[in-house]
Design a protein. Structure first.
Length: 155
């Protein structure tokens, strides 16, 4: 009964409002433009909705206590807490998700949206990500090749 009272798919972190803006931009423009055009329009739409946006925010890499400028940029940061990473590719790949998760960690942000505008229906190319890797993937679970498996004498 309690679950019926909850709205499934609702987030209290502001991503729902950002997703609405992304959908509006895609409905208006459709697929096929450059990433920079979508970025400008998404920023305009978010501003029209009363949200603060930072565009192309520098992202230093922290390495062994050093902050290094490696020319990484966050596409859009909304209200100082939501990363929006835009793509215009044939399809999203796992490396795109890994990129967003790494950016979230480096930027100390709790949530990010990865969106590919080069699709007919935007909801099929939208991912909500957090800095924690999914439980379904743990690098320690990957098989490590041994000499016997490489030579074909093992299991």
């Amino acid at each position: 009964m309690e679950q019926e009272d909850r709205k499934v798919g609702r987030f209290e972190d502001g991503t729902e409002q950002v997703i609405g803006a992304l959908i509006e931009v895609h409905r208006t423009l459709g697929p096929g433009l450059l990433e920079s055009a979508y970025e400008a329009c998404v920023c305009a739409e978010l501003s029209l909705r009363g949200m603060r946006v930072a565009r192309q925010q520098a992202l230093p890499v922290e390495y062994k206590g050093l902050r290094l400028d490696c020319d990484y940029r966050l596409d859009i940061v909304v209200d100082g807490r939501i990363l929006v990473e835009l793509k215009t590719v044939d399809r999203l790949l796992p490396i795109h998700e890994a990129q967003v998760v790494t950016y979230l960690r480096l930027a100390h942000l709790a949530v990010g949206l990865l969106v590919n505008f080069n699709v007919i229906v935007l909801k099929t190319a939208l991912r909500r990500l957090t800095p924690e890797p999914p439980d379904s993937f743990r690098s320690s679970d990957l098989p490590v090749p041994t000499k016997s498996t490489i030579e074909g004498t093992g299991p």
